[in-house]
Design a protein around this ligand. Structure first.
Ligand code: ADP
Length: 297
């Protein structure tokens, strides 16, 4: 690990990586990178590299875990052993278990869980290269992977951290700021600004917390724009397509036609011929996957 820098912000107000205090690191996303997943997204954010894959909705086994009135969303965050400077021990840890739990909960207000009772949606977030802010990077990738899988959502979720170094608030901490800073506050929110994840390491005064939340909100809005552009470049702009983007309400979904309902929803979310064809293929793959899962259990 590198040594603690003497200063994090220079006289010109620039951070060690040249950013201003309210600037996020450059972010690049690519959707649909995995052919066997129902939805996927590869995301680079500064030096973080994260892959998110979504499988489902599919029948949940064992059945006793099924929720009779809604779908179960399972989120698994994992850091690859080669993702950090010193190799980390593979497999779950207290840290990854905690991050998986809170990140899954960050999607609860947006995923329309009533659509697939008894089913499960699995979200896997794999950190390939870690450089501070991996839980937020993973959430940003997972949002797009869920959308790519055609999961009905009320909106997007974006995530970013704010922290404190040299007594100043900074947006989207880099590695030295994360390691040696005075505070780290990862936040996820819906596009309407509803906070769905908030954690804190270190200390902030109530005033700093308030100011930090305003700062992180702006960061999340920038990320939502990046996510929106990624969706539009993959699926086109629904607003421009007009009539085709029909709004469904849960009441309109016939309960007895779950299979058809699923495809209808996917078409409704991001309508184009290519995704329809892909979904048909992917459904077949999903069934094979289910078989594999049964064997493992
Ligand atoms: P986040 O990645 O969400 O900021 P942390 O604040 O726990 O989560 O971690 C900050 C950074 O520290 C990570 O992005 C990663 O670069 C590094 N890190 C975390 N856990 C380990 C570990 N077990 N071994 C080595 N580096 C780690």
């Amino acid at each position: 690990m590198s040594d603690k820098p003497e200063r994090f912000i220079d006289d010109e107000g620039l951070r060690l990586d040249g950013r201003r205090v309210d600037e996020i690191r450059p972010m690049k996303v690519e959707m649909g990178v995995l052919s066997r997943a129902d939805g996927s997204c590869y995301l680079e954010w500064g030096n973080n590299k994260v892959l998110a894959a979504v499988y489902g909705p599919r029948e949940l086994h064992p059945r006793r875990m099924q929720k009779p009135n809604e779908v179960l969303v399972r989120y698994k965050y994992n850091m690859a052993s080669f993702s950090v400077e010193d190799r980390i021990r593979p497999g779950p840890s207290r840290r990854s278990t905690e991050i998986s739990k809170v990140s899954g909960e960050a999607f609860e207000p947006v995923v329309m869980t009533q659509y697939y009772p008894g089913a499960v949606i699995d979200v896997f977030a794999e950190v390939l290269q870690a450089d501070a802010g991996t839980r937020t990077a993973a959430i940003n990738a997972a949002t797009l992977a869920l959308a790519d899988a055609g999961i009905p959502m009320k909106g997007l979720v974006s995530a970013c951290a704010v922290g404190k170094v040299d007594g100043q608030l900074v947006l989207d901490l880099n590695k030295p700021e994360d390691n040696y800073g005075q505070a780290d506050l990862p936040v996820a929110m819906t596009q309407d600004g509803e906070i769905t994840l908030l954690q804190m390491d270190g200390h902030l005064t109530p005033e700093e917390l308030e100011e930090g939340l305003e700062m992180v909100k702006k960061g999340c809005q920038q990320i939502i724009e990046i996510q929106r552009e990624a969706l539009i470049s993959r699926y086109g702009n629904e607003d421009e397509e007009g009539e085709e983007a029909e709004e469904d309400s849960p009441e309109e979904v016939p309960e007895s036609e779950e299979g058809e309902e699923e495809e209808g929803e996917r078409d409704g979310s991001f309508d184009n011929e290519e995704s329809e064809a892909e979904n048909l293929d992917e459904n077949e793959v999903t069934k094979e996957d289910e078989g594999e899962e049964d064997e493992r259990q």
